[in-house]
Design a protein around this ligand. Structure first.
Ligand code: BG6
Length: 484
């Protein structure tokens, strides 16, 4: 039932995190190394043109040999591993209905290809889920969020190897069985499209020696599609009540002008992005990819039965991240802007964040409607938010009105979309509690309602404190989005 403002009763308000940026304790509790543990902090001055967060095979070798003297922020995150009780209590204080977090695969299967899971890792997540349920918070769990067990990269080149499907399915089955009565909402791969843009981050794939890196990346993506479909099948067999979704980094792209050439260019870019949800929701490769694959000399090797698996086990719902929109032109100007894995040209109607991401709340309404028109499946916004520098005042308060402004404007548009008829399950803004940035490994790029005392080098007390946005979001949840 909808209230007069549009949000249905039982709407899932909450926030999102990911183990590799949040949990820390990278070498405790029997956890194996993951690809994220190899990502070092690179100061802004060193992040030049063409900067990539992917790590090369040579760098990994040097890191493992102890030859790299650097800070690896994703190893310590903000130490949720030892702070989970305090952190979940803070989320409960805001009235969270749902908390998105990911299981670190290497905590359950330290090498990825082990046959027996690590009981200590399983027990840790039992404790975390119990703590959430104690407050009536539903966990929303991502199986793979930018952390592949490192051994799978070293031994198999990650998702480039088809065998990784079996390892993942074993992992998914293990956690579905273990948590079937504690966790109802699941996502298979975070931002699955990142495999094509940043293959190490998305799937532990090293492409530097590949003849056709794009082909290898899309092949790895195919393996993830099959693995996701098989996990969906098994999850439903274990508990038919489970809701299993896909997750896309939605990169809504506008044409710069009404020049038909610009319109076609924008359509192509949107298709390249929506390709992933097309496969996971409709259960088949869309025709437009044939042309793209031909033009880029890409041949996807499918095994017999793959197409049937994709068709038989589509997702229950579609989730996505939305931070910004992008603009494209058939004749790109020099004026480029940055973003999370995407760029584009400047949209003069939009303001940008301190990191150059273009802020576009109305684009969220457009995106929700477009998704719903395309699939008629329930939608879940599982990431949205503003990365910003926060200042702690002398009395300890943090006045993050810029964050409130960003979130308020996006929630308003979300509400419009619900009134437009979109079936929206919930909203988990990114980084409920400050955590390490995915793209830059900075701590100073903060998203949370809760401030964590730690700097880019990992120095600080780790003390948690409430920002102004904490009290604002609490009110939003209390009033089911009536009071923004
Ligand atoms: C998404 C990722 O791309 O964006 C998150 O799923 C990430 O892991 C978020 O943290 C925000 O990006 P960043 O680079 O500002 O941390």
């Amino acid at each position: 039932m909808k209230n007069s403002n549009g949000f249905p009763e039982g709407f899932l308000w909450g926030g999102a995190t990911a183990a590799n940026q949040f949990e820390g304790a990278y070498n405790e509790g029997g956890k194996g190394l993951s690809t994220a543990d190899m990502v070092r902090f690179i100061p802004k001055e060193e992040r030049g043109e063409g900067f990539s967060l992917d790590v090369s095979g040579k760098e990994i070798e040097a890191i493992l040999a102890g030859k790299v003297d650097a800070v690896f922020p994703k190893r310590f995150g903000v130490d949720f591993y030892h702070h989970y009780k305090e952190d979940i209590a803070l989320l409960a204080e805001m009235g969270f209905k749902v908390f998105r977090l990911s299981i670190n695969w290497a905590r359950i299967f330290p090498n990825g290809d082990d046959t027996i899971p690590n009981e200590e890792g399983l027990a840790f997540y039992d404790d975390v889920f119990d703590e959430c349920l104690k407050y009536g918070i539903e966990p929303l769990v991502t199986l793979s969020h930018y952390e592949t067990p490192l051994n799978l990269t070293l031994k198999y080149n990650g998702w480039a190897d088809r065998q990784v499907i079996d390892f993942f399915v074993q992992y998914a089955e293990t956690v579905f069985k273990r948590y079937k009565d504690k966790v109802k909402y699941w996502l298979t791969f975070n931002e699955i499209n990142i495999i094509a843009l940043s293959p190490y981050t998305g799937g532990g794939v090293l492409v530097e020696e590949a003849e056709n890196p794009m082909e290898l990346s899309y092949q790895a993506g195919h393996h993830q599609f099959v693995a996701s479909a098989l996990a969906t099948k098994i999850g439903h067999e274990i508990n038919p009540e489970l809701k299993i979704g896909c997750m896309l980094a939605r990169m809504t792209t506008y044409p710069e002008t009404n020049n038909p050439k610009d319109i076609i260019k924008a359509q192509e870019e949107n298709q390249l992005n929506l390709f992933f949800t097309d496969v996971q929701a409709r259960g088949e490769y869309p025709g437009y990819m044939d042309r793209y694959f031909n033009e880029n000399n890409i041949t996807i090797h499918k095994e017999r039965g793959d197409d049937e698996i994709l068709k038989a086990y589509p997702v229950d719902f579609i989730s996505f991240s939305y931070y910004m929109s992008s603009t494209t032109s058939s004749n790109p100007s020099e004026d480029q802007v940055s973003g999370n894995f995407m760029g584009g040209i400047k949209n003069t109607y939009l303001e940008t964040s301190d990191w150059g991401w273009q802020i576009d709340p109305i684009g969220l309404r457009w995106t929700l409607n477009d998704f719903y028109d395309r699939y008629q499946l329930p939608l879940f916004i599982v990431e949205n938010g503003l990365g910003a520098y926060d200042k702690v005042e002398e009395d300890g308060s943090i006045h993050d009105d810029y964050r409130i402004d960003y979130l308020q404007k996006h929630i308003e548009q979300m509400k419009e979309a619900v009134l437009d008829g979109v079936d929206l399950m919930g909203y988990t803004s990114w980084g409920a509690i400050d955590l390490v940035s995915a793209s830059t490994s900075e701590m100073s790029k903060r998203y949370g309602y809760v401030y964590v005392d730690q700097d880019d080098e990992g120095k600080g007390t780790l003390e948690r404190s409430r920002k102004d946005s904490f009290f604002w979001y609490k009110k939003v949840i209390e009033t089911n989005g009536m009071d923004l």
